[in-house]
Design a protein around this ligand. Sequence first.
Ligand SMILES: O=C(O)c1cc(=O)[nH]c(=O)n1[C@@H]1O[C@H](COP(=O)(O)O)[C@@H](O)[C@H]1O
Length: 243
Amino acid sequence: MSEQHVVDVPIYVALDVENRRRAFELLEKLGDACRCVKVGLELYLAEGPAIVEALVARGLSVFLDLKLFDIPNTVAGAVRSVASLGVDLLTIHTLGGAAMLEAAAVAAAGARSAKPLRLLGVTLLTSVDDTGLRQMGLVDEPLSSHVLRLAGFARDASFHGVVCSGHEAALIKARYTSLAALVPGIRLSDETADDQARVATPAFAVAQGADYLVVGRPITRAPDPRQALLLFQQALKGGTKHA
Ligand SMILES: O=C(O)c1cc(=O)[nH]c(=O)n1[C@@H]1O[C@H](COP(=O)(O)O)[C@@H](O)[C@H]1O
């Protein structure tokens, strides 16, 4: 494994806000420090595809986090609908199984879109810990084994990558070298974890092989969101990334 200096791990700011007005107010505050945004269910369900198109039109890289989870035919149709929006990344739950992921991949590959739609398989949400896993009845293996098995579905379907915590990124990337790792649950050391269970600092996540980071509340609820984003970007600079 070689090491390279980290300059190119994008931080997707999660626009978890109630409407377009709030999203654009936030973007104004972030200014040119922000090149990558995530649109999740809250904003997408409030504003529909138009909000995505508006963000793409501003030249931002958009990660559409819909966490699709349905029968293969339905998910394939949803992927085709997303493909025309110009987003870079889209999430699908790996728990939907191999056939669903395969259908999503075929739909993305066959879609006519201006740029490639990269699919990410969500493994186990970063809000889940060992207790949550037991509540779901997943008691036979450690959490990281479940994450690894689910990542295998994404690899088998030739997905671009997976969503995982910083604690599983190195394991996944060592086993499945083709997969990129997108890591949410990112916190600077002395912050509240909110409802996240498996958190990591930017430097730790990147040292574990993260290719993209997602940060929401520590930036969006900060008194000065731009300054907070700059702090997270600064926190990457000292790290190294295993290539
Ligand atoms: O797919 C995601 O983006 C995601 C997966 C996951 O396992 N955990 C997770 O927190 N996320 C998202 O990442 C963002 C994290 O937000 P903060 O906890 O506020 O930084 C939220 O928008 C979540 O929806």
